[in-house]
Design a protein around this ligand. Structure first.
Ligand SMILES: C[S@@+](CC[C@H](N)C(=O)[O-])C[C@H]1O[C@@H](n2cnc3c(N)ncnc32)[C@H](O)[C@@H]1O
Length: 213
């Protein structure tokens, strides 16, 4: 398992060099929409000094969107690929976002310490056991009245696009990633007490909002 994750880390370290360009070409202008939807869904604008953790933060687009919209927040990006974190740091012109290197299955944070824990378009790429461990860790570190927000791709409706979507999933994700994206909220209901589902305005991504109490 450790060896496998090291292999994945190497893959993401290389991918980090062209990740933003890849996303720009592939998601057109939906990235902006997705980030705004995620930040708005966190409902933190009235909270004083909110604490936000972004798991599998990649090149930082989501955590930096939180930092920018909530100037008095503490925002932390967490990823196991150093290459991704270096790119994210370069983009953090205000220098106020924290970036921490580590595995999603083991979070180096105390219990109940974040108002929002999010994970954007990454859970489906984790192997089943790691994904479950990561979700349990997210539940542990979020405050009792906080939210865990999981953004995932929605399965495309058009046949050809759906086929390409699954081909990409097979090449990038573990064997069960296809099952995972099709399951909707079921995997989350096993771990959290309250789970709700919504979609971005374009319908390209879905947001699973989870509470532990
Ligand atoms: C598809 S990218 C998503 C990046 C970002 N959340 C976004 O929306 O642009 C997946 C990210 O998950 C990270 N990742 C994959 N497995 C991980 C693990 N076990 N622990 C921590 N990070 C992981 C990768 O390094 C990569 O940056």
């Amino acid at each position: 398992m450790a060896k496998l994750r090291t292999g994945r880390q190497k893959y993401y370290n290389i991918f980090a060099h062209f990740y933003d360009l890849f996303i720009k070409m592939h998601s057109h202008n939906y990235g902006e929409e997705t980030r705004k939807f995620l930040v708005d869904s966190a409902q933190l604008e009235k909270k004083r000094h909110p604490r936000v953790l972004d798991i599998c933060s990649g090149t930082g687009s989501v955590v930096l969107a939180f930092s920018r919209s909530l100037p008095d927040s503490t925002a932390v990006g967490y990823d196991f690929a150093l290459g991704m974190l270096y790119k994210a740091k370069e983009k953090d012109l205000a220098g106020k976002t924290q970036f921490i290197n580590g595995d999603a299955a083991r979070l180096p944070f105390a219990d109940d310490c974040f108002d929002v824990v999010c994970c954007s378009h990454a859970l489906y790429e984790l192997k089943n056991q790691v994904r479950t461990e990561a979700l349990l860790e997210m539940r542990r570190v979020v405050k009792p009245d906080g939210r865990v927000l999981i953004m995932e791709h929605e399965v495309p409706k058009k046949r050809l696009i759906k086929m390409l979507f699954y081909v990409r999933m097979l090449s990038m994700g573990p064997a069960d990633s296809r099952e995972f994206v099709k399951q909707g909220t079921a995997p989350f209901e096993k771990i959290f007490t309250h789970v709700s589902l919504s979609h971005t305005p374009s319908g390209k991504s879905k947001l699973i909002s989870c509470r532990k109490q």
